[in-house]
Design a protein around this ligand. Structure first.
Ligand SMILES: Nc1nc2c(ncn2[C@@H]2O[C@H](COP(=O)(O)OP(=O)(O)OP(=O)(O)O)[C@@H](O)[C@H]2O)c(=O)[nH]1
Ligand SMILES: [Mg+2]
Length: 400
């Protein structure tokens, strides 16, 4: 199934039903008085987070969504039926953005959480409502109000505690296979992983955390190279990033330089994300000779001037993976506890996430614009060449 993590839709709430103009007409009851009923309210459009969905692909096929309008009122003081709300199911982890203002309207991160995105129009009033001591036969009614219309951008970001970061082939998918039941494809060529994968790592005592494996990044990713940085946004909800480094790159590059590439791309993508907690994971140590492991690992640490935690492991041989997972679980537990005890800390973490997401959105939009401009320019140049016959410096004269 195709994985789609962005979609633009237009939602139209239903219009309110008009009020009715009517007078009671019955045999033997002259001047029966007004009896026009009110209209019904228009239906609203509501988004709801649902289980079992993991892509926004359906929203690529249908762009417009309309809730039902309210019905008109009728005589005998009958109120029109209200329009049904339209409930659209979206995957858990969907952020809803007003496309015109750029405001985040909400983030649906829990099962069955709902968000009203377009309010149905209020109903119109029937002429019965205008009856008064001075006007016993009002001919006035009011029309139903239009429903709200909104252009929305939906953005899906997976919910994970830990995100994996690294060049293609660093061993991200191998790691997730080693520690969870997830079975992403592993192969010895770059860009094996094309969409994010999640793995649940079960620890002792019912504890667990979720790891997100995303496609590898390459140099120039922030300018659109490779699969681009589009997938990095999936790491904006995580608490911790693991930067996986291949200690034995097959193309002769050095592990230190490769690690630096990732660090730089991350910084360009989102400075806030780059500032966050990140551990250096020196992977594939099984390929190093025992007596060189220490020195080669130190080289990478020195090259990056790395100050944070460092782990060595082999995802393939499941070496060091247990210790790493235990450390991750401790870290997450600790963070959860501290945030539960200190609301200010939790608020700060949430603010950081919002900032990262805003930076990510901006960067991805800039990239899309740059791409569009480049295409436009290429097209314009092509046309220039076609029309510019007169501009040649040298005139070609055909000899007869
Ligand atoms: N020797 C050794 N090989 C490994 C290790 N981890 C991964 N590999 C190999 O490295 C290659 C790439 O592994 P993947 O797990 O697909 O790498 P990835 O980071 O997910 O790559 P992309 O999905 O392309 O970004 C595969 O041939 C793996 O078998 C390790 O710890 N030791
Ligand atoms: Mg992979």
């Amino acid at each position: 199934m195709k994985f789609v993590d962005e979609a633009s839709i237009k939602v139209h709430a239903g219009k309110g039903g008009n009020g009715c103009l009517s007078f009671r007409r019955e045999k033997y009851i002259p001047k029966g008085g007004p009896d026009g009923g009110d209209g019904g309210d228009g239906g609203s459009v509501i988004l709801q987070a649902a289980d079992g969905l993991n892509t926004l692909i359906d929203f690529r096929y249908t762009r417009n969504y309309k809730a039902e309008s309210g019905q008109q009122g009728s005589s005998a003081e009958c109120t029109g039926r209200g329009g049904e709300d339209l409930i659209l199911q979206v995957p858990i982890g969907t952020t809803v953005i007003d496309d015109e203002t750029g405001d985040v309207l909400g983030d649906l991160t829990e099962l069955e959480q709902t968000l009203k995105v377009a309010q149905g129009g209020y109903h119109g009033l029937g002429n019965t409502r205008y009856k008064s001591s001075t006007n016993r036969a009002p001919r006035q009614t009011s029309p139903g109000k239009e429903g709200e219309v909104r252009e929305l951008k939906l953005e899906l970001k997976v919910l994970a505690d830990v995100g994996l970061l690294g060049l293609p082939n660093a061993g991200k998918s191998t790691f997730i296979r080693a520690v969870s039941a997830a079975r992403p494809k592993v192969a010895d060529y770059p860009f094996t992983t094309l969409v994010p994968n999640l793995g649940v790592v079960g620890m002792s005592g019912d504890k667990s955390f979720v790891v997100a494996d995303i496609p590898g990044l390459i140099e120039g990713a922030s300018e659109g190279a490779g699969l681009g940085i589009r997938f990095l946004k999936h790491l904006t909800r995580t608490r911790l990033l693991l930067h996986l480094v291949d200690m034995m790159p097959y193309d002769g590059s050095t592990a230190g330089e490769n690690a630096e590439v990732i660090e730089q791309e991350l910084e360009k993508f989102s400075p806030t994300m780059a500032e966050g907690d990140r551990w250096l994971i020196l992977n594939k140590v099984d390929l190093l000779m025992d007596d060189e492991v220490e020195a080669r690992c130190q080289e990478v640490v020195d090259h990056l001037n790395w100050q944070g935690p460092v782990f060595r492991m082999s995802g393939l041989a499941s070496q060091g993976t247990k210790d790493l997972c235990a450390a991750i679980m401790d870290y997450i537990d600790d963070q959860r506890q501290r945030e539960a005890a200190d609301p200010e800390l939790a608020e700060h973490a949430e603010a950081r996430r919002m900032e990262m997401q805003a930076q990510a959105r901006l960067r991805i939009e800039e990239l899309a614009d740059a791409r569009k401009n480049a295409r436009k320019q290429a097209k314009a140049e092509e046309q220039d060449i076609d029309n510019d016959d007169d501009d040649y410096d040298v005139e070609v004269v055909y000899a007869e």
